[in-house]
Design a protein around this ligand. Structure first.
Ligand code: GAP
Length: 432
């Protein structure tokens, strides 16, 4: 894990937030490579789950909501972790993360457990007495429930259908840990899929298949993912059934996403707390009912961590050389093509720069003329660039370039004007 964290910092994937002030626990910044990787991941999720389906619409709601939302959702009452303090070193732990009955840091005696609400409070408004206390949302899905009727009336959706949203969530985690796995500020990709109660199991199975396929499509190794079905007694207050996808991280198996049957809990709660009828009316039969909700809820940052861990490889090459390579599937790679002149002189740099400018209209590119060509390839391998294009003397004779593929390191010659499509097709989010 340390090597992945170190590469992330060195190559601009992830930095600790506020590093020059000593950092702030549980917050992370995505650097230039991380920002691209994250954008590509979110785009792929949206492409597959929203754009390619005719039973899904998107939403981009505000983070701050009316404080009553969090009373209705059950978060004010129930969104608690039980925490214990060490009487000696004063360190604080989540009770369910402890293995023994003494402090894991110093062996000291622990206090009794007390409840700690994990929502982050904030104030809205200018003066202390008139401002409203509310929360930074701890999950994105509540705005989907609150806006359910607006979406229905403005987008001609018919049950069964889903509303998808990607956005920031905040939780005051007691022990943020394992790099970006558990943080206080993170992003979620959530779907609330509304269906009839009689069809809840059918849609639960449907989403199980879609979710599994997506993790394979973004390159995770199948033997490193598994489903975990929550026993009835450990279900969240809103859930009738929950199964999680877990990934085998270097620190052990960890939850990537949940798939829950939330039943009618949320819409009923919001009906009661807002006194607005949240039921759905079937336009044909005029039947009125509260739909059941199947919720696939994934974490962007955890998925990114799984992608980083799965892609990372230190490879021994023929001749004893080593390279570190990030084997991202091309559609996720931050940079799709590195473009190099073999040497700077004899007009090769000008041709390479012109080519790179043309290619960047189609996808993310990187121009590099510094150092030996082998080192330039290694730098691109480390950030997972799937293709490297080299302009050499033959280019001047017949307008062809070499294109080197990251994983096999094989090189082929291609006409410069075929290059854009060649790379774009291989990096596309499209799938059959
Ligand atoms: N709306 C349901 C919900 O929020 P959850 O299991 O609490 O369910 C869903 O969260 C996903 O959000 C998790 O599977 C995980 O990927 C991500 N997530 C939750 N807490 C997180 C944290 N503190 N840091 C990073 N990701 C987190």
């Amino acid at each position: 894990m340390e090597r992945i964290v170190s590469l992330c910092k060195r190559r601009g994937f992830v930095y600790q937030s506020s590093g020059i002030y000593g950092g702030i626990n549980g917050c992370w910044d995505f650097g230039p490579m991380g920002a691209e990787l994250k954008r590509n991941l979110k785009h792929d999720w949206w492409y597959v789950n929203v754009l390619q389906r005719d039973d899904m619409v998107g939403l981009d709601a505000s983070i701050l909501m009316h404080p009553r939302v969090w009373e209705a959702s059950g978060h004010v009452e129930q969104f608690h972790d039980m925490l214990v303090d060490c009487k000696e070193c004063k360190h604080r732990f989540r009770e369910d993360h402890l293995e023994g009955s003494v402090c894991p840091d110093c062996g000291g005696e622990l206090t009794d457990a007390k409840a700690f609400n994990s929502m982050l409070k904030t104030r809205m408004g200018v003066s202390d007495d008139s401002s409203t206390e509310t929360y930074l949302r701890p999950e994105t899905c509540q705005s989907i429930f609150v806006d359910f009727k607006e979406v229905c009336s403005s987008s001609r959706t018919k049950v069964p259908f889903g509303i998808a949203q990607i956005g920031k969530s905040f939780r005051n985690e007691i022990n943020p840990r394992n790099f970006i796995f558990r943080s206080r500020e993170f992003e979620q990709m959530e779907i609330e899929f509304f269906c009839r109660e009689e069809e809840e199991d059918k849609w639960f199975e449907h989403w199980k298949e879609c979710i599994w396929q997506w993790y394979l499509d973004i390159g995770l190794t199948e033997s490193k993912i598994r489903w975990f079905a929550h026993p009835k007694e450990s279900l969240a207050h809103y859930s009738k059934r929950t199964e999680d996808v877990e990934y085998e991280f270097p620190f052990g198996w960890g939850e990537l996403q949940g798939l829950a049957n939330r039943g009618t809990y949320d819409l009923k709660q919001h009906s009661e707390y807002s006194s607005k009828d949240m039921s759905y009316v079937d336009q044909q039969s005029r039947e009125k009912y509260i739909p059941t909700v199947i919720e696939p809820s994934a974490g962007v940052d955890r998925t990114i961590l799984a992608v980083l861990c799965d892609a990372y490889e230190e490879e021994e090459l023929e001749g004893g050389d080593k390279r570190t390579v990030m084997r991202f599937v091309p559609k996720l790679a931050p940079i799709k093509a590195g473009v190099f002149p073999l040497v700077k002189k004899d007009g090769l740099a000008d041709i390479a720069m012109g080519l790179e400018k043309k290619l960047r209209k189609k996808f993310a590119t990187f121009y590099d003329q510094g150092g030996a060509i082998g080192r330039r390839y290694r730098r691109m391998d480390e950030i997972g660039t799937p293709f490297c294009v080299c302009v050499d003397y033959e280019t001047k004779e017949n307008d062809t370039v070499t294109i080197r593929e990251r994983d096999s390191m094989e090189q082929v010659r291609l006409k410069m004007d075929e290059l854009g499509d060649y790379i774009a097709i291989r990096c596309s989010h499209e799938r059959d």
